[in-house]
Design a protein around this ligand. Sequence first.
Ligand SMILES: *[C@@H]1O[C@H](CO)[C@@H](O)[C@H](O)[C@H]1NC(C)=O
Ligand SMILES: *[C@@H]1O[C@H](CO)[C@@H](O)[C@H](O)[C@H]1NC(C)=O
Ligand SMILES: *[C@@H]1O[C@H](CO)[C@@H](O)[C@H](O)[C@H]1NC(C)=O
Length: 226
Amino acid sequence: MKLSYILHGLINFTIPLLLAPMIHRCSNAAAAADDPTDGFTEIPLNQSNLVLQKPYDVPLHQRYSFVGGVHRMWVYADDKPHHPTSPTQPRTEIRITGLDYSSGVWQFEGHGFVPNGTSGATVAQIHGGSHDATTLILRVYAPGEMRFYSYPRIADGLYDRWFRLNIIHDVDGGKVTVFLDGEQKFQFHDQGPGDLYFKCGVYAAHANISYYMESRWRDIKIYRKL
Ligand SMILES: *[C@@H]1O[C@H](CO)[C@@H](O)[C@H](O)[C@H]1NC(C)=O
Ligand SMILES: *[C@@H]1O[C@H](CO)[C@@H](O)[C@H](O)[C@H]1NC(C)=O
Ligand SMILES: *[C@@H]1O[C@H](CO)[C@@H](O)[C@H](O)[C@H]1NC(C)=O
């Protein structure tokens, strides 16, 4: 993981301005030609694959709605965890269920929307890993940045607009790649195989969180390479 941070930084700082337009054109051509889902097979999902987690002491409809195909999830900084004995931060999240994986190449796709003001909320994650509780945490912070855990920042300008998120987890190759709107934004070495699954919604970080956190998701899909 460290190496990919370093490479990411070096590339940002060392590409001469003159080269930048050329690289930009190349990446546009690549983006037009390739889609993150190319070569993947969609796994059909139904409602039983989408399990909601929410503060244990409030009814679901006070933290979740599903209207017009949009899952809207929200949580407050002083909400309770999802289980009375859990020491974790508050969350309202969809946990993809029945498709836990520990090998192969898997992909999450969803269209997300984060309203202006939500900050310090994990909006998507890969739960599990052999070295850690999570393999990937994608948080949105003010003013609309997406970050990998607390740092680094991998995108900005995400408030109040729909974005398409694709996460490819190549467990066999030990690699995770994050795409926004079809463009590769970040890649890193994973935490090793484990009981792995995807989640999306809002899960509060420990610091720098807004009181109200919300994300919306539609067209959630899971793919794998067969
Ligand atoms: C939903 O999908 C699961 C497997 O992912 C399957 O076992 C179940 O029968 C499906 N339910 C319906 C109503 O299609
Ligand atoms: C978010 O809200 C703040 C405060 O109202 C405003 O200053 C800012 O321009 C808004 N950002 C976007 C992206 O609309
Ligand atoms: C919270 O934000 C402050 C100010 O930007 C920063 O110095 C600090 O590292 C952040 N803390 C965490 C845990 O992200």
